[in-house]
Design a protein around this ligand. Sequence first.
Ligand code: ATP
Ligand code: MG
Length: 233
Amino acid sequence: MVINKGREAFRIYKNVFDNFTIQTILKFMSRKYIDGLIGPIMIGKEANIFLAEKGDLKVVMKIYRLQSCNFNTMYGYLKSDPRYVNLKKQRRKVIFKWVQREFRNLKKSNKIINAPKPYSFLNNVLLMEYIGDENPAPQLKDKYPKNPKKFYDEIITFAKKMYEAGLVHADLSEYNILNFNESPVFIDMSQSTSITDYLADDYLKRDINIISNFFIKNGLEVDVDASIKRISD
Ligand SMILES: Nc1ncnc2c1ncn2[C@@H]1O[C@H](COP(=O)(O)OP(=O)(O)OP(=O)(O)O)[C@@H](O)[C@H]1O
Ligand SMILES: [Mg+2]
């Protein structure tokens, strides 16, 4: 008898999802985006990150929790993005737009910097490229680069490329950058916003301060103002 691992795992983990989310995952299966689940990678603040499979390919499934995520904060972030000015303040609507925004931001960014390729989204669930080998790539906070200066410069170059494409990450940190074989990969882009957002330049400054401070704390000499200038000039 051939047992599909992914479908077995789906049965096991099904209990951790609400009914609506189960229906959404089943739609991804019937539309052949995934065959089944492998298991959890990380239980995040707002979302649970699961590994799924499609044939031999690993796929990351980011599932925003419908009940316990802070949709007031999400709404606040969305409202200043010109792409979402007309959004109504209703929990599900806000969460679904939050997922759609992450999909759009990843799609744009994946073409110009190291970022996971988004495959699809529906309701509160986003499917994207898995970054890693046998194990998921570690967060920068857990794997300091061997060549910090080169890594830091690459981060600033990525932020500049995003800016040139009209985006600011807006939640950049040692948590939301993976160190994949000594190259940075930007993740977690639901907060990323348009440079025409009236708060965009404040977010950019905050991003570069946070990530620069991480490197400074670890002993690298960094000129924060010069980095910000390099990105936005
Ligand atoms: N595409 C991916 N490939 C490998 N690992 C990933 C991927 N996406 C996320 N992860 C892992 O899961 C963790 C949490 O993901 P992410 O930062 O997107 O969610 P989060 O912090 O819970 O989101 P939010 O900040 O919106 O609440 C990441 O730090 C990373 O370790
Ligand atoms: Mg994160």
